[in-house]
Design a protein around this ligand. Sequence first.
Ligand code: B12
Ligand code: SF4
Length: 459
Amino acid sequence: MKVVLLQPPAAHHQSSIEYEPLGLAYLAASLEKAGHSAAILEADLNGWDCKRLADEALKLSPKLIGVTAATIDYENALKTARLIKETSTIPIVIGGPHASSSADEVEKAKIFDAVIVGEGDETIVELADYFNQEPSDYSKISKIKGLAVSAPREPINDIDQIPFPARHLLHHPSKYQPSPGSYKNRPIAGVITSRGCPFNCIFCSHAVFGHKVRFRSPENVVLEVEQLLNDYKVKEIRFWDDTFNLDRQRVFKICELINTKGLKFSWSCQGRVDCLTKELAKEMAKAGCWQICFGLESGSQEMLDKMKKNISLEAAEKAVREAKNAGLETKGFFILGLPGETKQTIQQTINFARRLPLDLAQFSLATPFPGTVFKEQVQNQLKTAGFSSFQQMYSGKSLPYAPPTLTAKELGKAYQRAYKSFYIRPSFIIKKIAKPAFWRKGYRSLFALMKLLFAPTPD
Ligand code: B12
Ligand code: SF4
């Protein structure tokens, strides 16, 4: 049976930045393995709006349509599904971070024929089997686990068993354009080597993969890497795991395999500061890692504790220095505006970011996404209940949340100040422009930064 999987247009599409929809490629791989046929339609990469996406999906005459959406993309997912429903009776199902964290609300919209919660690899196959046999009978659908209307599905334990993403249904990796500063070589591809995270940071959603961590074996990971190097001529890999270095022994083994097999590619990953040692950083660098991104979040210990990050400022500083000493470039993610934030704690964050040997810093404004403890905490203080506020935020017009200790204007200004203080430093600028890499592609980051610095302050 033919299933078409849709990635709706991003709410605030930056035309220069594109990543492959790994979730859909995983679903397609499971469908193909089970004997179904699948197609993936990516709106942004093709330059399509919701109407064109709906039309293109219908042209393929599928028997089932699946849509993915993170919260900020949900409105466009809904719009696309409505357009399809206007002229057809093809069942449409939705999964991904938004459906998983707001299942009841998505169910109430009464547009989708099934709302999938959590991992979709097995659920999509069972849905395809179901609609293949009972195209218009929905009465027994709740027998399928993992839907808003049914029992939860257990997370897949042995994730080595999941087939590799069906990349042959995506565009070639060279068509995707990662954000400036996040890659050294292209073509680049994303790889996920674990699912789930045991930590409880209040701003982060566990709605899809849960708290139980499951790791792919080093052999299985390196097999996918080899496929990417050989079949797709990829030169760089981004490991998108929540915490790539969570199991240090596994990372040592992955590095060892990369070296013994003589695989030549650059790579980067996201890591936690308390899971990095000097030895591991060195081994990673030796195996081709060039950048590690840390969720540092704040320069105030009080704020780190409030957000349940479970790290200390000392550990953060040590890890960044060790990564740097091992020859890795370092990027720090910081969040401004979580409950309890004040002008002083923001200043501590800015000072901390400037003091560390970071190559890049990314400051984000705290956003109460569904599925987070943060959202539960501030539910009653939100300006709007709908998603337009998220969209507004992404167009720089409004903030969805400001803590009682700061006005939205103050927070917006602090956000711009953080970027200015970090990037507009003579010592930092001289170091950057002295590198040949800056002149190859770094100027793009400079334009992006300028745009941000001169954007109007949100209110
Ligand atoms: C890589 C990544 C990015 C990348 C690339 C995103 C992309 N287009 O692929 C970048 C850096 C650009 C990014 C940006 C953002 N991200 Co992000 N990102 C991730 C990350 C780390 C991995 C995504 C991934 O590839 N997962 C692996 C695949 C296999 O999982 P999946 O896509 O969820 O798909 C599975 C299920 O959801 C389900 N499924 C998905 N779709 C469908 C459809 C159907 C029909 C079915 C049946 C099932 C199904 O089945 C799949 C296989 O099991 C996740 C965290 C995580 N661990 O997943 C956060 C995450 C998705 N991001 C998040 C956020 C908040 C953002 C930003 C808003 C951050 C910001 N403040 O700017 C932006 C928004 C960008 C956007 N338009 O989506 C949140 C989303 C929360 C929410 N409620 O929406 C997450 C969950 C992080 C978190 N833990 O809070 N992100
Ligand atoms: S921010 Fe990172 S460590 Fe914290 S809960 Fe999310 S994925 Fe886990």
